[in-house]
Design a protein around this ligand. Structure first.
Ligand SMILES: C[S@@+](CC[C@H](N)C(=O)[O-])C[C@H]1O[C@@H](n2cnc3c(N)ncnc32)[C@H](O)[C@@H]1O
Length: 449
């Protein structure tokens, strides 16, 4: 178990800060009761379990004496550290110097205590609120950055016809419609009916310039045929799950809350993850974890699932997450990423056949573009991006005959031009602030005549 969660609190007139019971429990079960309070560079105080702190101090101590940073770390981090323990009421004493550093005083006693994996952070509430709004503004501007690039690649224009294959909450679609006014039209697809309902609200102001359809983007060809559309000026695929889907606990995409093991992107069809984990053979489960989650302990986890389900079927996200934690070596130790993350990703990708659809969807998209039409794809993990990259490269390549043949016999001609030689990635800042932005990769092509 790691420290997670955020609590508002206040320090008392003697400078003691109450640490929420949930954090004290993690501390005493996982680390032991003693801790160390240190000043961090962002005006916050960090509370480290003593064992964690000893590791950090030993790491700094081991740096060569001539490394300039060693002195800096001693000065800013190690020397001001204060050992402390809890009193009977679960409070720690913050020295005057620590309080002064964090901007805490008589008129300013409100604090926010945040669990950050292996340490706790304490900020004055005023500092915390300021940091949060700055962070939110940075995330927003970075998201806007990727959105701007999508528009730069698609170059929407009035009279053009565009397809957003993953309309989700309608964010990108709205921008495409704005940029292609007054005559541009947009067809929006999503396999999740709930997403479509949200998009319908957001896109209402564009009236009959928008048509929304409940469909998999791999079936875009049929949708266009039904609508009598012969070709597209641009198409976007923003792959993966939306924040909205992750936040809807009952959909079972996240183990942060306990919910039935569902994870279907389209709840109107097919099996759920519960069906998979309670019926597949250990070998099949193991292959899924390895192929789609790159999970090192795939076999162990699969065997454990088969063992446990003999007592009773697995039903909830927490049950599965805890099972995985117990099955992998060191799974109970604190870690930055929960040991079940890769297993959940693998089951979701397999259940929804996500990679098959990406390959089919990207190929169909290239067929459906008019000459000079543009396709942009945003991937969220390397498995998806690998497929997109391979298809783009293959379609951008001319003759594929072996070099030893004197003349071309394959007749292969390039169908698209790459719009950027290198993939565009989310900025470091966005990744640090918003883990869901991890490895967002944008690639784009333009159809040739
Ligand atoms: C990252 S979100 C898209 C967010 C959207 N671009 C926006 O700006 O709000 C991905 C969406 O794609 C949908 N989706 C994923 N795979 C799909 C597929 N094969 N066909 C259609 N929709 C799909 C998901 O249901 C989800 O709503």
């Amino acid at each position: 178990m790691l420290f997670r969660g955020r609590f508002n609190n206040s320090i008392d007139s003697k400078g003691r800060a109450s640490i929420p019971a949930r954090f004290r429990e993690v501390l005493s079960t996982e680390f032991g009761d003693d801790c160390v309070v240190v000043t961090e560079l962002d005006d916050g105080l960090a509370v480290y379990p003593k064992s964690e702190w000893d590791r950090i101090e030993a790491g700094v101590e081991a740096l060569p004496d001539d490394e300039e940073i060693k002195d800096d770390l001693f000065l800013t981090l190690i020397s001001p550290a204060v050992e402390c323990s809890f009193d009977k009421q679960g409070r720690i004493q913050l020295t005057e110097a620590l309080r002064e550093f964090a901007g805490l005083g008589d008129g300013n006693r409100d604090v926010v205590v945040v669990g950050v994996a292996r340490k706790l952070m304490i900020w004055s509430k005023a500092t915390h609120d300021e940091m949060r709004s700055e962070a939110a503004a940075r995330i927003k501007s970075n998201k806007a950055q990727i959105k701007k690039l999508v528009l730069a690649f698609l170059q929407p224009h009035s009279g053009g016809i565009y397809l957003d294959g993953t309309v989700g909450g309608g964010g990108h679609s709205k921008l495409i419609l704005e940029a292609s006014g007054p005559e541009g039209r947009l067809i929006g697809l999503d396999r999740d009916p709930e997403a479509l309902a949200k998009a319908a609200e957001v896109l209402k102001p564009f009236g009959d310039r928008v048509v929304l359809r409940h469909s998999n983007f791999s079936e875009a060809r049929q949708v266009l045929a039904e609508l009598g559309v012969a070709g597209l000026d641009g198409m976007l695929l923003d792959l993966g799950v939306s924040s909205y889907q992750l936040d809807a606990a009952e959909r079972g995409f996240s183990f942060r809350s306990d919910a039935p093991l569902d994870m279907r992107m389209d709840q109107s069809e097919g099996e759920t993850v519960a069906d998979l984990v309670n019926s597949l053979e250990a070998d099949d489960l193991s292959r899924i974890f390895r192929e789609y989650g790159e999970e090192r302990y795939a076999r162990r986890i699969a065997r454990r699932i088969v063992e446990v389900r003999q007592q009773a079927p697995l039903q909830t996200t927490r049950e599965l997450a805890e099972l995985v934690r117990g099955a992998v070596p060191g799974g109970k130790a604190p870690a930055r990423i929960h040991p079940a993350t890769r297993v959940f990703q693998a089951l979701r990708i397999y259940l929804n056949r996500e990679l098959d659809h990406v390959a089919e969807g990207v190929r169909a998209a290239i067929d459906l573009l008019k000459p000079e039409g543009r396709l942009a794809v945003i991937s969220f993990h390397s498995l998806e991006d690998r497929i997109v990259k391979r298809i783009f490269r293959e379609q951008a390549t001319g003759c594929i005959c072996p070099p030893r043949l004197p003349t071309c016999v394959c007749g292969h001609t390039p169908r698209v031009a790459l719009l950027s030689r290198k993939a565009v990635r989310s900025s470091e800042a966005e990744i640090a602030l918003n883990p869901r932005a991890r490895s967002a990769v944008l690639r784009a092509v333009q159809k040739l005549d």
